[in-house]
Design a protein around this ligand. Structure first.
Ligand SMILES: [Mg+2]
Length: 254
């Protein structure tokens, strides 16, 4: 879905979507409880790195909330499926794409669930470079202050951002220690190991415990040899030849 739609619509952000595809697959395939997208007690998901929307649309398509016809209108005029997720599309609860904001939305949502004495849980997926932003750390402090054990943040630690590698822009290391220092239960995980991701997202600390953050080590452009760890694939769309090769490589690994 990610390759087909980005190729058809001539839209980039392919590397970012492939970076998180396994995380979103683990979440939507095994963890998140959404009996219906209108059920008020459903779990919530915030895709803070909204530019990876195609990974979310692929999951919603598998869940049956986006049809083939709707998918094929990705980025068309009037379509609710834009480059970034928009509220209004079934299954999308949060419009995102303005980076550094998603954790704050998720904290508010988790706090509301706690006040409601609800069992619902909140998941949020951030890019590593969003941790450059102060708003992320304000939200992190608030979450640990309120002991939001119903909140799980996953950081897509691919070591890249739009125009360079993260260690050359603002070095985030030691990222795990920083989250721990902010009162979070921080766990390292291979961001392409869906079994491990699912089990770590499924587990939650008891009420009154710490919020959890998974530092998911990922490869930007995962699964396509010429994209992996290459900065340019943050933005570039695919040429005809590149699309064929990428599809071929993906089919070989499935
Ligand atoms: Mg990144």
């Amino acid at each position: 879905v990610i390759l087909d739609q980005s190729y058809r619509a001539r839209v980039g952000h392919i590397g970012s979507a492939l970076s998180v595809a396994d995380i979103v697959a683990a979440l939507y395939g095994r963890v998140i409880r959404i009996p219906s997208h209108k059920d008020p007690e459903r779990d919530r998901f915030v895709l803070s790195k909204g530019h990876a929307a195609l990974a979310l649309y692929a999951a919603l398509h598998l869940r049956g909330w986006i049809s083939d016809a709707q998918l094929n209108r990705y980025c068309a005029d009037g379509s609710p499926l834009g480059v970034h997720p928009e509220f209004g599309q079934e299954g999308v609860d949060f419009a995102t794409g303005s980076l550094g904001q998603g954790l704050s939305m998720a904290v508010g949502c988790a706090l509301a669930a706690k006040w409601d004495k609800s069992e619902r849980r909140v998941f949020v997926l951030l890019s590593d470079a969003e941790c450059n932003e102060g708003s992320v750390w304000e939200a992190a402090m608030l979450a640990s202050h309120h002991r939001l054990s119903n909140l799980v943040a996953v950081i897509d630690v691919n070591g890249q951002q739009a125009l360079d590698y993260t260690h050359r822009v603002v070095d985030l290391r030691p990222l795990k220690d920083r989250w721990s220092a902010f009162g979070w239960d921080a766990v390292d995980v291979d961001g392409h190991d869906t079994e491990e991701l699912a089990s770590l997202m499924q587990e939650s600390n008891p009420p009154g415990g710490s919020p959890r953050v998974l530092l998911a080590r990922t490869v930007c452009g995962k699964g396509v040899s010429f994209m992996e760890n290459e900065i340019q694939w943050h933005y570039l769309p695919l040429s005809d030849e590149q699309y064929s090769q990428a599809l071929h490589e993906m089919e070989e690994t499935v």
